[in-house]
Design a protein around this ligand. Sequence first.
Ligand code: 5GP
Length: 334
Amino acid sequence: NEFCKNLPKIELHAHLNGSLSSQTLKKLGCFDESIEEYHRLNKVMERSSRTLDECFLLFKVAHNATRTKEAVYTATKDVIEEFFNDNAIYLELRTTPRSEECMTMEEYVETVVKAIQDNKLNIIVKLLLSIDRRYQLPASDNVMNLIIKMKNKYPDIIKGVDLSGNPNVGIFNSELFKKAKESGLSLSLHCGEVKNDKEVEEMLFLNPDRIGHATCIHPKYEGSEELWNLYCQKLIPAECCLTSNVVCGTSKSYANHHILEWIKNDLPFTISTDDKGVFNTTLSTEYELLQRHFDLNDSDLWKINYNSIDYSFAESSEKDKLRDIMLEWKTKYM
Ligand code: 5GP
């Protein structure tokens, strides 16, 4: 609807390669069949059983399309432009440093940063660098060292570290993320996408600045009441991705989405796309879904979006600017 589309929006959870649109994939030389593969999830959605592992196969299509510096640059530029066209005024992109035949991990990060620096559109863009759960020591430590080095080189752009990748794979290494925190990086950890109370507890004790998804932190899970209480004490903002969770089957339906507990209990959350390309969504669509399934009015949506500024990793002067834009918009249009 018009309100969700026109609202100046804050996006805090968008994976670069998962955000590539069909147009960008085509531009990068992907054939129609592989794009179809990318959108195969629409078909997977109709089946009664789908797995998170199945969803993760789709990232390979995007990764195949961004194996050169030129492609990474184009991909980043296009994603920024598409969020801007959807009226996002602030975007935190995240991506996993990757080496390819003709590009080192460092060059990959440099290229994404360059595309962000070259952005002339009226949208503030920051970068989070992701550690894939698949990496074990010493590889994960090497990636973290690179992330810290790049953050020191581009402190205005690189703001945080993310832990992502298939949640059924790998282990969470708390020490690694302590090191990121100590070096001044903010933390956003994918947390509780699948049931793993011990890991969730360990993550919460680390006090990350935000957590991604938080699907399995829920008062109704038998035996997980303590974990829920711990979360309620910590009040760490959750990045909620409605379409992604429903498509991947970690939430049974929109109506059953765990965000309901956050709304009911007035807990901090933000609305995000996760992978707008893979899941064929937009940030406006996510707000529309939130409104439709949880009976919220325009003022509620405005406030949820406004609160997201607090949870962002922007500089405080940038946060002030974003608040001004949103307050002005409210006065004019609401
Ligand atoms: P990239 O980091 O290559 O720019 O974006 C794609 C990557 O983001 C995927 O390969 C995966 O590691 C991570 N990712 C994207 N969506 C999700 C998600 O919903 N959950 C988790 N855990 N990781 C994700």
